[in-house]
Write a protein that binds this ligand. Structure first.
Ligand code: HEC
Length: 151
């Protein structure tokens, strides 16, 4: 359960999602500067064990900071109309290769959505660039605010 705004929580992320990301990061196929080198020499079996462990943890509580009710409602409506729940599930808990969004760090969500929208690079699934196409910065903030305060 991350206490750092730009770093994601791992607890309760779907096992397959964690496994995939660990492999991509270890192989250098997805560039996450903060993670660089930290998975060097970690075996496939150990990556699976890490994913099994983190996916079995209880999900973090919803964000505790100040709630902007109007922003949260705009985020809820947009997530609904943009059909984010078809892949991330209606409660945004994720499944299989699709990550959990509920109670994730707000700043991390905002950063990662901007990255998908503006510079979808190697190791990033193109379905997310498509899902966020045409969504502006203010709307991304509303989405991040909503997900962070949802559990
Ligand atoms: C077609 C299925 C699909 C739809 C629709 C979709 N997503 Fe995703 N989303 C994914 C997948 C798959 C990933 C993991 C991508 C990867 O591995 O790079 C993801 C990743 C994310 C992440 C990164 C989270 C993390 O922990 O790294 C965020 C944030 C996100 N989606 C938000 C949204 C929002 C907001 C919407 C609606 C506007 C949306 N998604 C719609 C499939 C989808």
């Amino acid at each position: 359960m991350s206490q750092i705004p730009s770093i994601p929580s791992l607890a309760a992320q779907p096992k397959t999602f964690i496994e995939n990301q660990l492999v991509l990061i270890r192989e250098g196929l997805r560039d996450v500067p903060a993670m660089k080198g930290s998975l060097d020499g970690v075996s496939d079996a150990e990556l699976v064990a890490l994913a099994t462990y983190f996916s079995a943890q209880v999900a973090p509580p919803a964000a505790k900071g100040r709630v902007d009710k109007a922003s949260l409602e705009r985020g809820r409506e947009l997530a609904k109309s943009a059909l984010c729940g078809t892949c991330h599930l209606p409660q945004y808990q994720g499944r299989d290769q699709v990550p959990r969004l509920a109670s994730q760090q707000e700043q991390f969500l905002l950063d990662v959505m901007k990255e998908y929208r503006d510079k979808p690079g190697p190791g990033r699934d193109t379905v997310m660039a498509a899902a966020l196409y045409g969504i502006n910065d203010a709307q991304l903030k509303d989405l991040a605010h909503f997900f962070a305060h949802t559990r």
